[in-house]
Design a protein around this ligand. Structure first.
Ligand SMILES: C[S@@+](CC[C@H](N)C(=O)[O-])C[C@H]1O[C@@H](n2cnc3c(N)ncnc32)[C@H](O)[C@@H]1O
Length: 221
């Protein structure tokens, strides 16, 4: 997937990945990270997820990065939020109270942009990245986030020969191989979710597993 492919998806409203509500794993596991009101949460490849507004409503500051202006402007419009817009050499920043959405390329982020972030919430971001770029995505994540920044990560795992993706299949071993040098990783939930995706069953998928990982950093590593 090139940037243009994602932009075309947004233009053509082919956004089957978008959830119409708050992600249940986010609700279930956010308190495990012992965040304080005002703490910053980074959402890579954030789309127009309802989770952005929900986290902001819980009192956190949310910073997201997203390629598509349509996604970002739709988010603010759908939640009826006014925003201010600023341009830098790398991003267009739109800010509304405790929500900052950067329009641009995740790979252009620098550590200064994510200062003081306490949590990465990665839902449908790692699995949106093609296999050949995932190593770079994960290394970049560790280089731009602070040393004490934990992560809540949700992945999908299926037989990649049965469907081309995105979403791409990312198995648990792969998650460990990318992140075990920097984090203590715990699988907190695994679910067979094929029944929730009848379209993919029709396309030939025979299994589809969703896995939730908690990645903790800077605690005795
Ligand atoms: C599968 S969607 C997931 C969106 C969101 N995380 C959610 O849960 O709804 C992946 C998103 O990443 C965006 N994207 C893809 N590559 C990107 C990049 N290099 N930098 C920033 N955003 C990117 C796409 O435009 C798309 O909105």
């Amino acid at each position: 997937m090139q940037a243009e492919d994602w932009l075309a998806r947004w233009r053509e409203n082919r956004i089957g990945f978008h959830e119409g509500g708050v992600n249940p794993y986010l609700r279930r596991y956010i308190n495990e990270f012992k965040l304080k009101p005002g703490d910053r949460i980074f959402m890579p490849l954030c789309g127009k997820a309802h989770d952005i507004a929900w986290l902001a409503g819980q009192g956190y500051e949310v910073i997201g990065i997203e390629l598509s202006d349509i996604a970002i402007e739709s988010f603010f419009a759908e939640f009826n939020l006014q925003y201010q817009q600023f341009r830098s050499d790398r991003f267009v920043m739109r800010k509304s109270d405790n929500i900052i959405l950067l329009q641009g390329d995740y790979f252009d982020l620098q550590s200064d942009d994510l200062e003081a972030c306490k949590l990465v919430y990665d839902r449908a971001a790692l699995i949106a990245i093609v296999e050949s770029s995932r190593n770079r995505y994960c290394s970049h994540m560790q280089s731009i986030t602070p040393d004490d920044c934990d992560m809540l990560l949700v992945t999908l795992d299926y037989d990649q020969t049965q469907m081309s993706g995105p979403p791409f299949s990312v198995c648990g071993e792969e998650v460990f191989s990318h992140y075990q040098s920097g984090y203590q990783i715990q699988v907190v939930e695994e679910n067979d979710v094929l029944d929730e995706q009848p379209r993919w069953r029709t396309q030939g998928l025979t299994t589809l597993q969703e896995t939730v990982f908690q990645l903790k950093r800077g605690k005795g590593l």
